[in-house]
Design a protein around this ligand. Structure first.
Ligand SMILES: *Cc1c(COP(=O)(O)O)cnc(C)c1O
Length: 434
């Protein structure tokens, strides 16, 4: 399979190159030239398959031409070795809990998958040392750092905005050591993201270092996220209630939502999607007006969604051939302020004894506001509420237990490097680390 760039200015590449490069030469995002339909027989039997079995079939449709079946199976099975419960919260509203992996957020899926696939291709191409650059507003950094921890031949630089990620999140990538190098940037998440983008475009740097990205611009990270849409469908199909299925997706860079659109294009019977935004509502505004206006991000209590120029928007435009009307047919959008998010968390907890994290709260509320009669709604519960402990405790006015998995990180020693948002400083730092 070849992968073309959404900017259509550079040539199509094979899978190994697309995964190793992350971003195309022309700064576009890689897209597969073909999206394979899965056969009807698959959908007839899906309800009796395990998450790993389903994922392997979907992974083969994406990557089967370019990677040996046994290798792919190992990558899939190693990646998805934790629970993904589908919990009924409210009438016709289900929470797909994607937070039972090592860092308690959905990004574990893509990060673990990508780490294993990148390592496979690096070995195959004889590459000795690869540098992964990742910009994070919190969860990406921890998932990627933990997904790549100890992977030989790969160094990971985690760029995060000073003072804008929660204490627990910071511990998850600053306490690891080994091949993980945290960089605290004096700026916003968008500044971190643009440092990463500039690094990829810098000829001098790329001549000396093999750089790649582990943000959801890398297709090995975002495509595996389509697996759990199939799995959630299978669970509802087993109960005979998978008709008129609506997925509500708390969105930042739109990797998750884009993976859902891929699932739908492969034949998964999803009726439509809802994108839930916080105050960073460029996508919501695009749906409302047809105009896309990127702008600097603002800080909210759902900080993993604080994105002012979502990178995967380019993929969504590409999938719908730039047609605003077609996009609106399949995706609607809602936006929530911090106050609304707080109210949702509190109300849902009081009415259903279910603890939503601030991101999942946007997804849940968007279903409450947008689900129509006869539809079944699933929202992606993207992180464990304990990752946002300070926010949760201030909303609920009570102490919450911290899961064992998180306590382990908090016991470690924090180690980080403070850098300005100036590109030249960042560049010399990378070159010195060589
Ligand atoms: C990353 C993240 C999101 C946003 O996901 P995208 O794929 O970037 O849209 C939502 N919630 C949480 C908890 C996240 O970590």
């Amino acid at each position: 399979m070849k992968y073309y760039s959404t900017n259509k200015q550079s040539k199509a590449e094979n899978l190994a190159t697309a995964v190793i490069k992350g971003l195309a030469q022309d700064r576009g995002l890689f897209m597969p030239e073909e999206i394979k339909q899965l056969p009807p027989a698959f959908f007839e039997t899906i309800k009796d398959l395990s998450f790993q079995e389903i994922s392997l079939i979907v992974a083969e449709a994406f990557f089967g031409e370019d990677i040996e079946k046994e290798v792919l199976k190992k990558i899939v099975y190693d990646t998805l070795n934790f629970e993904t419960p589908l919990v009924e919260i409210d009438k016709n509203i289900y929470s797909l809990e994607l937070f039972h992996g090592p860092t308690l957020a959905f990004k574990d899926v893509g990060a673990r998958f990508m780490a294993r696939m990148l390592q496979h291709f690096a070995e195959k191409e004889g590459l000795k040392s690869i540098n992964v650059l990742v910009a994070t507003s919190g969860d990406t950094g921890s998932a990627v750092a933990n997904g790549f921890l100890g992977v030989e031949g790969i160094k990971v630089f985690v760029l995060y905005p000073k003072g804008k990620v929660s204490n627990i999140q910071e511990c998850q990538f600053t306490s690891l050591g080994q091949n993980i190098i945290p960089l605290e940037i004096e700026g916003t998440f968008d500044d971190c993201q643009s440092l990463v983008k500039s690094a990829f475009m810098d000829k001098g740097l790329n001549a000396q270092l093999k750089l790649t990205s582990a943000n959801s611009i890398n297709l090995a990270r975002f495509l595996p996220q389509s697996f759990y849409y199939f799995y959630a469908y299978a669970k509802l199909a087993k109960q005979g209630i998978a008709q008129d299925l609506v997925f509500s997706v708390p969105s930042g860079n739109f990797g998750n939502l884009t993976a859902g659109i891929f699932a739908k294009k492969m034949g998964l019977p999803i009726k439509r999607f809802i994108a839930a935004n916080n105050n960073n509502d460029v996508f919501y505004q695009y749906i409302e007006t047809g105009e896309y206006k990127a702008r600097p991000s603002t800080a909210t209590i759902a900080n993993a969604m604080d994105v002012g120029d979502p990178s995967n928007f380019a993929r969504i435009l590409d999938l719908y051939k730039n047609n605003h009307h077609d996009i609106c047919q399949e995706i609607s959008a809602y936006k929530y302020s911090d106050t609304q998010i707080e109210e949702t968390v509190l109300t849902c907890y009081n009415q259903h004894e279910y603890l939503l994290d601030p991101h999942g709260a946007c997804g849940y509320q968007a279903l409450k506001d947008g689900l129509k009669t006869g539809e079944t709604g699933i929202f992606l519960e993207t992180a464990h509420p304990a990752k946002f402990n300070e926010t949760m405790e201030s909303i609920l006015q009570k102490k919450l237990p911290i899961p064992q998995k998180l306590q382990v990180f908090m016991k470690g020693t924090k180690k980080t490097v403070l850098l300005s948002k100036d590109f030249e400083t960042f560049k010399s730092f990378l070159l010195n680390e060589k």
